[in-house]
Design a protein around this ligand. Structure first.
Ligand SMILES: C[S@@+](CC[C@H](N)C(=O)[O-])C[C@H]1O[C@@H](n2cnc3c(N)ncnc32)[C@H](O)[C@@H]1O
Length: 226
């Protein structure tokens, strides 16, 4: 039995994980959506087809769909409760947004079938980060943008406080939330060196591995070589 929201970082999100992440944490992580504007959307052609790997409850899937009415998006996630949340959030988008059950490490799509691939806050949970990134690259078209973000194990205390201050819980929970974030979430995620290491095995032009300023998050971005 889980004694905390995750006894294993690779455990599949239950309804409780889905509820707590989407209700409490995701609104704070949403502060980082400007990186999508800066590093992802400008590189998508008109009418692009995008894949959101580990789309969760669909907040960022929706953000992309709202910014770019010309594009279509497929969101995949390993958790049925997350899929149900995303489908509910995105039910008004018709065929333009599809949400499916799927595993980042075994994507059920042909090679080079997406113009852009995004993954937000999910890579730390994958059973193999190398396999998942290789799959993201396989389904991405040459020159297409890749954007991967997650919690940064090497984040400063101040950046962690900044994220937790934006959780939707009452303020008196800020201390426990901070401890929980730094140990159970960021503490079991990648640090900047880990991110550089996994990114070294994928072939991206304009590759960047860096921190998202002001938040305890890191990113890998670039465009598939070719
Ligand atoms: C922290 S949530 C992020 C959700 C969403 N991308 C966001 O930023 O709001 C991580 C998500 O990754 C999903 N996930 C974990 N392992 C996965 C895998 N191997 N393949 C696909 N999704 C996965 C989880 O079910 C969860 O919904």
């Amino acid at each position: 039995m889980a004694v905390a929201p995750f006894d294993e970082i690779t455990a599949i999100y239950t309804s409780f994980h889905a509820w707590s992440y989407e209700t409490i944490v995701a609104p704070a992580v949403y502060l980082s959506r400007h990186v999508i504007d800066e590093r992802f959307l400008p590189h998508l052609p008109q009418g692009a087809r995008v894949l959101d790997v580990g789309c969760g409850g669909g907040k960022f899937t929706k953000y992309i769909a709202d910014q770019r009415p010309d594009i279509s998006i497929v969101g995949i996630d390993l958790s049925k409760p997350q899929i149900a949340r995303a489908k509910k959030l995105l039910r008004g988008y018709g065929d333009r947004v599809r949400i499916e059950l799927g595993d980042a490490t075994q994507l059920a799509f042909p090679d080079a079938s997406f113009d852009g691939v995004l993954s937000y806050g999910s890579i730390k949970h994958w059973t193999s980060q190398d396999a998942g990134l290789a799959e993201c690259m396989r389904v991405l078209k040459p020159r297409g943008p890749l954007l991967v973000t997650d919690a940064d194990r090497s984040a400063t205390f101040e950046d962690s406080e900044n994220l937790v201050a934006n959780y939707t819980t009452p303020r008196f929970l800020a201390g426990p939330n901070l401890a929980f974030f730094r140990t159970w979430i960021a503490g079991r995620s990648l640090d900047l060196d880990d991110a550089r290491d996994v990114a070294s095995r994928i072939d991206l032009d304009d590759k960047d591995v860096s921190r998202i300023p002001g938040l305890p998050l890191l990113l890998i971005s670039g465009r598939k070589a070719g």
